[in-house]
Design a protein around this ligand. Structure first.
Ligand SMILES: Cc1cc2nc3c(=O)[nH]c(=O)nc-3n(C[C@H](O)[C@H](O)[C@H](O)COP(=O)(O)O)c2cc1C
Length: 252
């Protein structure tokens, strides 16, 4: 039974990704969002990382603020953290099938959605990246993700961000095997989102938000976890106006 379910899921997901591209990718805003975050030294805790960032901040205080500066939010407090395998594969290219042509660039589906949210909310973008690379081949990725999930592995993160200046954190990711990718569990494990508004956003091949809301509420009990939003992978290319409508309805 489990095998049949897995085969069905693979079929749905392959169909979803293979049809994911669309030429109608909305309009790219004149000013796109700022990427924040820094490469993280292996084995560095969030506290150590924050300390390192504070030191870096002091060292560069006199210097011109660059667009990459991770120390302070200039976004009115909105961070859009996203994970997509397209930025976590060997050579940064999982496969063309897992990317969508968006605003004239090839992006992972979650990355495209994150870009729309960050541009609309004037938020900062943070790419959650793992130390390890995920396989290039889609079927190998399915297997690797399943094995990682079954083992309860929390992959070490390669990027870090100081979240203290953000009141609202959107977390954007693809559904993997009916739940969040293990990298999102690593993100939740590493960052204390207490007191913040947390908005999970997924892309998927039919599972919607899966168990995202329950898991966020359970693992971040002191965060204000909102209902969230999901976009089918097939629809990402044409999703900009719907995402913006949802953001507008929710006061952004
Ligand atoms: C390892 C893996 C597992 C997946 N599991 C699911 C799933 O359980 N349910 C679902 O609806 N889609 C699933 N999908 C499909 C992706 O969520 C979907 O194609 C998504 O749009 C990909 O976004 P990305 O381009 O950012 O990776 C899975 C895809 C992969 C690669």
């Amino acid at each position: 039974m489990k095998k049949i379910l897995a085969a069905l899921l693979s079929l749905t997901m392959i169909t979803a990704t293979a049809c994911g591209s669309s030429s109608d990718s909305g309009s790219k805003p004149a000013q796109t969002a700022k990427q924040v975050g820094t490469p993280k030294a292996a084995g560095t805790s969030q506290a150590e990382q924050t300390e390192t960032q504070a030191e870096q901040s002091t060292q560069t205080e006199a210097a011109e603020q660059t667009t990459q500066a991770p120390q302070e939010s200039t976004s009115g407090g909105v961070l859009v953290a996203y994970f997509t395998p397209a930025e976590n594969g060997e050579n940064d290219a999982i496969s063309s099938a897992s990317k969508v042509s968006f605003w004239g660039e090839d992006m992972g589906n979650a990355e495209a959605i994150a870009n729309v949210i960050a541009a609309y909310t004037d938020g900062d973008l943070f790419s959650i990246q793992t130390v390890k690379d995920y396989p290039l081949d889609y079927n190998e990725l399915l297997d690797a993700a399943k094995a990682e999930q079954d083992a309860g592995e929390l992959p070490e993160l390669a990027t870090a961000v100081d979240i203290s200046g953000y009141n609202t954190v959107f977390v954007v990711y693809p559904v993997w095997w009916y739940t969040m990718p293990q990298a999102i569990y690593s993100f939740i494990d590493e960052y204390d989102l207490s007191g913040k508004t947390v908005i999970p956003v997924t892309t998927h091949g039919g599972s919607g938000l899966a168990d995202s809301i329950e898991r966020f509420k359970e693992l971040e009990p002191n965060a204000d976890v909102k209902d969230g939003y999901d976009v089918n992978g097939d629809d990402v290319g044409g999703s900009q106006s719907d995402i913006e409508g949802w953001l507008s309805d929710n006061g952004f």
